[in-house]
Design a protein around this ligand. Structure first.
Ligand SMILES: Cc1ncc(COP(=O)(O)O)c(C=O)c1O
Length: 312
């Protein structure tokens, strides 16, 4: 097996990204000039929320689902976005236009609590309003992963309980996930498989996790993971296609014995898993993952057609 580390966010290098323009609070700046203050709450404390979205044929797919999560997250931490979703849409349009971007584009939209008057934690020290940054890059997920699949290692770092830092927040602070990723790397894997506080299989450090057992698709209850837009879309696809799908507790015992496993995320859509903790998953044929992947592409095309009028 190929031992080169591949991650679910690997993309083929695109030289056009060398000169992209970044949106910062209404300004579009060359990436070398795009800077945020060291007093920004995002830099200082990881105090902010973000969304990763993809542009297909001029349309940000599943835009409303992303905005529902983004605005809910900001509301929950009293972070005033300072605009509604139409304002976000305008900022995205402006950035895409400035970069001549139409398709195969990924964006990271980030909102922090903004500049602080002093280098301390209290949210009231942020007095200038939020900082909104949009990074858009030309990106196509690396195709090698679709054949080879990702190698997961179960890591000691677990997902937290909702009353510590709810894993549903797509917060700037990703330290929990970063630690899991480091542990996976140290174990020689590409990505970390994280358990919940009770030891059930939950999610990976960067994506949601699914297994296929005897034609059934299983994923965690969703209580301890980021409720991914792609995760929900896959569940909806299974329901629409008559594929039995369950959000339930299960252990590594069932994950190791699965016929297929795959990860979901906006960036990579569905990425097959080759092995977990050195144990190969299935026999390398992935009929259910393949079918879901095909239908997912159709659903993206449908979403793009339905939303097209909003982006022109
Ligand atoms: C920890 C984690 N899980 C899952 C996901 C996938 O979510 P989505 O499908 O909305 O991209 C992400 C993406 O940001 C993530 O950071």
């Amino acid at each position: 097996m190929d031992t080169e580390t591949l991650t679910t966010h690997d993309a083929d290098d695109d030289p056009r990204n060398r000169d992209i323009k970044i949106y910062i609070n209404g300004q579009l700046l060359h990436r070398d000039a795009a800077k945020v203050s060291v007093y920004d709450a995002g830099f200082m404390l990881g105090d902010g929320m973000w969304e990763g979205m993809r542009l297909y044929d001029g349309v940000w797919s599943f835009f409303d689902a992303h905005m529902d999560r983004f605005f809910d997250s900001c509301k929950a931490v009293s972070l005033d976005v300072g605009m509604d979703r139409n304002g976000i849409m305008e900022a995205l349009k402006q950035t895409a236009r400035a970069n001549n971007m139409v398709t195969d584009v990924h964006c990271r939209l980030m909102l922090t609590r903004g500049l602080k008057a002093k280098p301390f934690q209290h949210p009231s020290l942020s007095r200038t309003g939020p900082t909104l940054v949009i990074i858009m890059e030309h990106s196509k997920p690396a195709t090698a992963l679709q054949d080879r699949g990702i190698r997961l290692a179960t890591v000691p770092q677990v997902r937290g309980l909702p009353m510590s830092q709810d894993a549903k927040y797509n917060s700037h602070s990703k330290l929990n996930c970063v630690i899991a990723c480091l542990q996976a790397e140290q174990a020689g894997a590409d990505e970390g498989l994280m358990l919940d506080p009770h030891g059930f299989v939950n999610t990976t450090n960067a994506c949601n996790f699914f297994i296929v057992r005897r034609g059934e698709v299983w994923t965690s209850t969703g209580d301890y993971c980021m409720n991914g837009v792609t995760r929900q879309t896959v569940i909806d696809i299974c329901r629409a296609e008559g594929i039995p799908v369950f959000e339930k507790n299960y252990s590594l015992y069932e994950a190791y014995g699965a016929q297929e496993a795959f990860l979901t995320g906006t960036f990579g859509a569905q990425t097959p898993v080759a092995e977990i903790d050195g144990k190969p998953i299935g026999d390398g044929t992935r009929p259910v993952t393949q079918r879901i992947r095909e239908v997912y592409k159709q659903w993206i095309a449908k979403d793009v057609a339905e939303q097209a009028h909003r982006w022109t």
